[in-house]
Design a protein around this ligand. Structure first.
Ligand code: ATP
Ligand code: MG
Length: 366
């Protein structure tokens, strides 16, 4: 036997017909299911609401609330491994699932990313920069946070925010009492406003053996608090690009992470500042579907299925654009464009702010 053996890693790659359980049946669960099917794997979707986008393409759908213990147990027993498309899974559901099956990414990634206060503290402890922040849970803590951080700040709910929901931007003119009343009873965080030149994100992946592959950082542009476009390549110097990838690897290693992670970053003259991490495939990684041989969805499936990872390299420049609400009516015209790949989520109800699909416009790699 070799003198120096690596710590034994359980290596049992999923094989044809094996099942990945996915918590959440939205567009991310849908695209994960498509990726799994391409590798000969099946998915079972666990989703409280009826007829979710993933139902069209999954092997099986379980419609039950996250509080239904027996449905969770039956789900866990019907799959080989569990993953998820969103980070706000109730802890009680995870407690039950964990007794019957492996969950990737593991609990720690959820604990850290579910709460903005814990997340920023964790990142700072790793030596990474975040916006200055302070916990707020009363009018008194709000006023003291404002005197510490200033009024160039954003007040956010600690938990359950997405697409800019649960946030309010403060200004000199803001009345702290009026703002406090709007959020009374919620645990909040006040974040200093970061004067960034632009926003980027890294989509990284880590396998059960600790291998890491990151996609090229993309540059993100938001409109009305929702991601509008991701452009590849991002405007970054070589050292900024390396820094972005290394800090993503640092976070994934610290969490002993398995799967794909999105890391949102602000680019500033003082360096990269971490906005937030998402322990899942990420909207700003949708460009990989048409820019890379192995996209973020397949990469995530490979990681949780204990397959080798793709190397993350890209063959094209890409601009990804979200189709929000009535943007979906552009699909017919976009379909006439030869350099455009459409990805529609099969949602029949068009609602303002609802993500209906996206498209990737590809061009020669520069
Ligand atoms: P998403 O679901 O799109 O990730 P979210 O609701 O989790 O959004 P954040 O990522 O915290 O919210 O914020 C959304 C956007 O608001 C950021 O991408 C950025 O443009 C802006 N923003 C948030 N926090 C700050 C900050 N501290 N300084 C400057 N801009 C910020
Ligand atoms: Mg965000």
């Amino acid at each position: 036997a070799p003198l120096f053996q690596k710590s034994p890693v359980m290596h049992k790659p999923l094989k044809t017909g094996d099942v990945i359980g996915i918590l959440g049946g939205g567009q991310l669960g849908r695209m994960l299911s498509i990726a799994a099917a391409k590798l000969g794997l099946r998915t079972h979707i666990y989703e409280p609401s009826a007829d979710p986008p993933a139902a069209d393409v999954a092997h099986r759908v379980i419609t039950a609330p996250y509080e239904d213990g027996s449905a969770l147990i039956a789900f866990a027993k019907s799959v080989d491994v569990v993953t998820y498309e969103f980070e706000n899974i109730p802890t009680t559901a995870l407690d039950i699932l964990e007794q019957h099956t492996a969950i990737h990414p593991a609990r720690e990634a959820l604990r850290v990313s579910q709460d903005r206060l814990i997340e920023k503290t964790y990142l700072n402890d790793l030596g990474l920069k975040t916006a200055p922040f302070a916990a707020v849970n009363s009018f008194e803590t709000l006023t003291s946070a404002i005197s510490e951080i200033g009024t160039a700040a954003i007040l956010k709910t600690r938990r359950l925010g997405y697409d800019g929901k649960g946030q309010v931007r403060l200004t000199d003119a803001s009345d702290p009492f009026e703002i406090w009343q709007r959020f009374e009873g919620l645990d909040m965080i006040l974040e200093g406003y970061v004067a960034f030149s632009h926003e980027i994100s890294v989509i990284g992946a880590r396998s059960t053996c600790g291998d890491i592959a990151c996609f090229d950082p993309g540059e993100n542009f938001h409109r009305n608090g929702i991601l509008h476009t991701t452009t590849i390549p991002a405007r970054l110097s070589a050292s900024q690009r390396t820094d972005a990838i290394l800090l993503t690897a640092k976070i994934m290693n610290a969490l002993d992470y398995v799967g794909v992670m999105g890391v949102e970053l602000f680019v500033t003259p003082q360096g990269l500042i971490v906005n937030e991490i998402a322990p899942r495939v990420h909207n700003s990684g949708h460009w990989t579907q048409n820019g890379c041989a192995v996209d973020q969805f397949e990469q995530h499936i490979r990681a949780v299925a204990q397959w080798p990872l793709g190397d993350g390299s890209r063959h094209s420049n890409v601009v990804m654009e979200n189709l929000i609400g009535t943007d979906i009516y552009r699909a017919e015209d976009l379909a006439k464009d030869n350099n455009v790949a459409l990805h529609l989520y099969g949602k029949s109800d068009v609602k303002p702010g609802r993500k209906m699909g996206h498209f990737n416009r590809i061009s020669a790699k520069d």
